[in-house]
Design a protein around this ligand. Structure first.
Ligand code: ARG
Length: 563
């Protein structure tokens, strides 16, 4: 229950439904100066209904407000101002956190419904890009937050392992490739071959046709070509898995585009049956003028199927396999039109569930304010980023805490956490300026800052060495803790909003606020002072640490006990 909610409930019982609950709730404000009260209800609206002056109404109402949650109520001109009983409210909140532990902030509104997430989905034989990192960490956090709201998330890594480009790659490998070199450094080597293909094709355009032929053979299941393709795929997946291990992320399915190669005839048949397929410039397409969209390409002139065709087959398969209630596609915003087309075609096919497919787009990583580009040398390799981040974290730890026992493990948690947090704290749709130094500082809005605050709380609790069962809270009696308590109380609502907007940044920003607010308290109050309030303060610190840890874990970030 939020503070406005507490006040609304009390007001509602006095106002006798003269004004609607939701309207009353939305009218409540926070007074400009805290000495005037914690919350205020303006009586202008009510005065129109009651035909009485607001100042008379406010006096009248103030005299009738009584509740254990209120210290007192006062009429200030047309406003009914209240001072909350912070002791009682803070006790309720801290008790809830202590009692529920990591479950605090959970919701049940998901009702066990299934949400399928299409996330990460890198392309084989190519370096794992920063864009795929965004999809991976945003998708993972969205799934963890959905789970906290009682949904059942299914994470699908829709690997990009099919398409004409693999015909080209196979031609390049057969012409210029070396088995040993690919074995030693698969992704890099294959990427070099792929680029060479394009350079050569500028001089020898007939290569393009060769590439298309090779892909056709792959689609038909030619033995030699298929085994090469499978090898490229296996090598790539192994390299990707090393990255997923570092990030601490796993998937429920790795069914990529190739998996749907033999499932596309069904889509084509369905489209034919409904007479949705049309010839256009030699290709077969679905026209979407009523959606104001360009035609959706289903089959090329040479019979090869396309990206959209595979996505259609994948959607049908997923609905059958998981009977999902929602399907989220966590993919960069440059693919917006593609997903609109796919959803529109499914709608035209008459599928009710097509209404529950959502594209969750995100912005780009920028380097020096500009879009990254391989050609201009502004490219960032994820593996290098992660290794470098762990290295910097290690240096920081060695400076601050040279005797830390499991420093390797902590450096990994901090380095990786920094990269993930830096991504998630930004509004999804914004572009992000890439800066390793920035994301790894222990101050400011960073992952290490939140982790460090959690470790600080843990260290206080370790020093105090009081068993959990002896911690007790009967209300705080200082002003600084109140700001923190209000934030703790917001946590369930933050989770709900993060989920509703599919926006982990709501949670990430909240964690920065909570950490800042707690550090302010820490700077002013002597937590371990031996007095009657000590147990109180420890229970409070324990609660803050619980929420920081749970919040980080919902973003896919570890919270070391010490750092
Ligand atoms: N592999 C694609 C790419 O890198 C992303 C796939 C997104 N998911 C989907 N169902 N189309 O661009």
């Amino acid at each position: 229950m939020d503070l406005k909610g507490i006040y609304s409930d009390i007001l509602f019982s006095v106002l006798n439904e003269k004004i609607e609950y939701s309207e009353m709730y939305s009218l409540i404000e926070v007074p400009k100066h805290s000495h005037l009260g914690d919350l205020a209800f303006p009586c202008f609206q009510l005065s129109k209904i009651e035909r009485t002056s607001p100042a008379i109404l406010s006096k009248n109402i103030a005299s009738q407000l009584h509740s254990p949650y209120l210290e007192r109520a006062e009429a200030v001109g047309p406003y009914v101002n209240v001072f909350l009983n912070k002791e009682k409210i803070s006790k309720d909140i801290i008790d809830a956190v202590m009692h529920e532990g990591a479950n605090y902030g959970s919701h049940s509104f998901g009702n066990g419904e299934t949400i399928v997430l299409d996330l990460s989905s890198p392309n084989i034989a190519k370096p794992f890009s920063m864009g795929h990192l965004r999809s991976t960490v945003i998708g993972n956090a969205v799934s963890l937050i959905a789970k906290k709201c009682a949904y059942k998330p299914v994470k699908i890594n829709y690997i990009g392992d099919w398409g004409t480009q693999f015909g080209k790659l196979i031609v390049a490998f057969k012409k210029w490739g070396d088995i040993e070199q690919v074995r030693q450094n698969p992704i890099q080597e294959l990427f070099v071959l792929y680029k060479k293909f394009h350079e050569e094709a500028e001089m020898y355009p007939e290569l393009e046709a060769e590439g298309r032929r090779a892909f056709k053979l792959l689609e038909e299941g030619d033995e030699e070509i298929t085994s090469l393709w499978r090898w490229f795929r296996d090598e790539s997946l192994e390299a990707f898995k090393a990255i997923y291990d570092l990030l601490g992320i796993s998937f429920d399915s790795y069914h990529g585009e190739a998996f749907f190669n033999d499932k596309m005839d069904e889509v084509v048949e369905l489209l034919k049956d409904k007479q949705l397929l049309e010839h256009s410039e030699g290709a077969e397409v679905v026209m979407l003028p009523e959606h104001n969209l360009p035609p959706c390409l289903i089959k090329k002139s040479d019979g090869a199927t396309l990206y959209a065709t595979r996505d259609l087959a994948a959607a049908l398969y997923r609905q059958r396999e998981y009977s999902f209630n929602q399907a989220l596609y966590v993919v960069g915003q440059e693919q917006t039109i593609h997903f609109k087309q796919v959803y529109a075609v499914l709608e035209k096919l008459g599928y009710e569930w097509a209404k529950h497919l959502y594209h969750i787009p995100f912005g780009l990583y920028l380097k020096e304010g500009k879009k990254m580009s391989t050609r201009k040398g502004r490219v960032i390799l994820l593996e290098e980023v992660l290794t470098k981040a762990i290295e910097i974290a290690k240096q920081n730890i060695e400076e601050k805490n040279p005797h830390l026992e499991n420093s390797e493990e902590v450096a990994k948690a901090v380095g990786i956490g920094a990269v993930i947090f830096h991504d998630l704290k930004n509004d999804r749709l914004n572009d992000i300026e890439f800066s390793l130094e920035h994301m790894l500082t222990f101050e400011g809005e960073t992952g290490p800052y939140v982790q460090y605050t959690h470790a600080r709380a843990q260290s206080i609790l370790r020093k105090a060495n009081v068993p959990f069962s002896e911690l007790k809270f009967d209300g705080l009696h200082d002003e600084d803790s109140w700001d923190v308590v209000k934030l703790l109380q917001n946590f369930p609502d933050v989770i709900k909003r993060s989920h509703r907007q599919y926006s982990p940044s709501v949670l990430a920003k909240y964690l920065v606020d909570l950490a800042q607010s707690f550090n302010k308290y820490y700077g002013k109050v002597r937590i371990l002072e031996e007095d009657q309030e000590k147990i109180n303060r420890l229970a409070f610190v324990h609660s803050v640490s619980t929420v920081l840890r749970e919040g980080l874990s919902l973003l896919g970030i570890k919270a070391p006990e010490e750092m």
